[in-house]
Design a protein around this ligand. Structure first.
Ligand SMILES: Cc1cc2nc3c(=O)[nH]c(=O)nc-3n(C[C@H](O)[C@H](O)[C@H](O)COP(=O)(O)O)c2cc1C
Length: 482
């Protein structure tokens, strides 16, 4: 199952009774946040606001806000289906005979099917505005009281490397200054920011497309931590099991999804000074402080005749993006295991806001193995940002917070088992002395080996003997205890 548009997905949610349409007049300044926050915190439905004071265009929010809706957004009933598909794709056996090679043909054809496809035009070109661009015609939210302004929060920002001509799609928030001008918040280590650096060196204007909507798989692909040169729209093709249809933008040399709701085309001039962005109520649960980011100038808006504006809010967890982050954790675990097969499980708790805390369990084989895992994680894509990594043995259920705390307290000798390192941190981290860089800690909660210098006896865990359990099972119903 895949969706042609966000509208298709909204229809499915309506049919499944997972969408509430709100006709009551509300403001996109703070009021939608207060409603959506209450709904997100209580595991409620997706919301479609149809009567927004500042705009004629309806706003959809919390589309991904449950495990089930997140899976539906990727065209499956449960995420496990997608994880199995991904595993079968990456565990291609080495073909030994011609017959083996023939057996791989359907797989290769499937991969070919993921490649983006070019089409002329598309629904996103139903309305084309060039001289009359006004971004403020959309219901762009002011999310929290101390926010620096109104923000586009659920965009796919499409850029291209000026030399390699490789596309990147990243979700970065965009602060709107006026109807034609915005500020682009790509953080220091992100790929959009790296592309910007390339244009700055060449002193060339950078074309940028801000895409809203399309198949929900496209929105999801924008947050996926893909390697810099891997196209997110190729990944979206895998997720939706069909190519993403792309069409050329009107005023910039960038391809955009033909089925998007809205595309804001424009450029960033690297010669222009950076301006103050923020503050912004962020997914850490705190306001991110003001900082300097580049200005985006809109050159055109193309859109559907009756578009829906997709949005989200971030704030104190749990929020909608928690479900998206969990889906990333599950889908990317098989890929992490390609490099680190000894990892049994990984838990990035929602309250750890994905870059603060990672808990992993491993099949420990050799002295120092837990430290090797920590350093490998700190060297793996956006996992480099992880401030606290806790490593357990494979028998620990790291998905159970109570078990994690119980084991952690028992298993570690703090001075011996903590590894401190310095390195890059997420720009949202405000506790380090400097932005973007600071310290991180790895906690080795695995059972220590004599080769690691631990020679004391290790106590057994308390377990009742099997025969006693069996006997009590057999008389349990007579005890009147259940
Ligand atoms: C709702 C939401 C908002 C986000 N906002 C930003 C942002 O403003 N800046 C940023 O650099 N990353 C932001 N991210 C994280 C990026 O989307 C994520 O790191 C992504 O993998 C970056 O893509 P890239 O590696 O292609 O740059 C946000 C994620 C979500 C879910």
């Amino acid at each position: 199952m895949n969706f042609d548009s966000i509208g298709d997905f909204i229809s499915l949610l309506k049919q499944k009774n997972e969408l509430r349409e709100i006709a009551e007049p509300v403001s996109c300044e703070l009021e939608i946040t207060e409603i959506a926050d209450r709904v997100m915190k209580s595991g409620g439905p997706a919301l479609l606001f149809k009567n927004i004071r500042e705009s004629k265009i309806p706003l959809a929010i919390n589309l991904f806000g449950s495990e089930r809706r997140m899976a539906w957004a990727l065209g499956v009933e449960t995420l496990d289906e997608k994880i199995r598909e991904l595993e079968s794709l990456i565990q291609i056996p080495e073909p030994k005979s011609l017959v083996d090679k023939m057996k791989m043909l359907p797989l290769l054809m499937k991969i070919g099917n993921f490649l983006p496809k070019h089409v002329p035009g598309g629904p996103v070109k139903e309305v084309i505005q060039k001289n009359d661009v006004n971004i403020l015609e959309f219901p762009i939210m002011k999310c929290w009281p101390k926010d620096g302004g109104r923000y586009i929060t659920f965009a796919q920002v499409v850029t291209e490397d000026p030399v390699k001509k490789k596309r990147n799609v990243g979700m970065y928030r965009i602060q709107v200054i006026d109807g034609k001008t915005c500020i682009m918040h790509w953080q220091t280590q992100k790929v959009g920011r790296a592309h910007f650096g390339g244009y700055r060196e060449r002193k060339e204007k950078m074309p940028v497309a801000i895409v809203l909507g399309g198949d929900p798989a496209l929105i999801f692909s924008a947050i996926a931590p893909m390697p810099p040169d891997v196209d997110e729209y190729l990944f979206a093709g895998f997720l939706r099991d069909a190519p993403v249809e792309l069409t050329r933008a009107e005023t910039i040399p960038i391809d955009v999804p033909a089925n998007a709701e809205i595309v804001i085309e424009g450029h960033i001039d690297p010669n222009e000074p950076l301006v103050t962005e923020g503050p912004f109520g962020d997914h850490t649960g705190y306001y991110s402080l003001e900082d300097k980011y580049p200005i985006f100038h809109a050159t055109a808006v193309t859109r559907r005749r009756s578009p829906v504006y997709p949005s989200t809010i971030v704030g104190k967890p749990p929020m909608e993006d928690g479900w998206m982050g969990k889906a990333i954790e599950r889908l990317f675990l098989p890929l992490v295991r390609l490099t680190l097969p000894e990892i049994v499980d990984m838990n990035l708790p929602v309250e750890g806001v994905f870059h603060n805390v990672a808990i992993v369990s491993i099949r420990k084989r050799y002295p120092g193995h837990a430290q090797k895992i920590m350093h490998a994680i700190w060297g793996l894509g956006q996992l480099m940002f992880t401030k606290i990594i806790i490593v357990f043995d494979e028998d620990v259920n790291i998905q159970d917070p109570a078990e994690v705390v119980w084991r952690l307290g028992n298993l570690i000798d703090p001075k011996r088992d903590m590894t401190f390192v310095n390195g890059p941190l997420d720009s949202l981290n405000f506790a380090s002395d400097l932005p973007d860089v600071g310290s991180k800690v790895g906690v080795d909660a695995t059972r220590k080996m004599p080769e690691e210098g631990f020679t004391r006896p290790w106590p057994d865990e308390i377990e009742m003997s099997a025969d006693v359990k069996k006997r009590i099972d057999s008389i349990w119903s007579k005890l009147g205890l259940t």
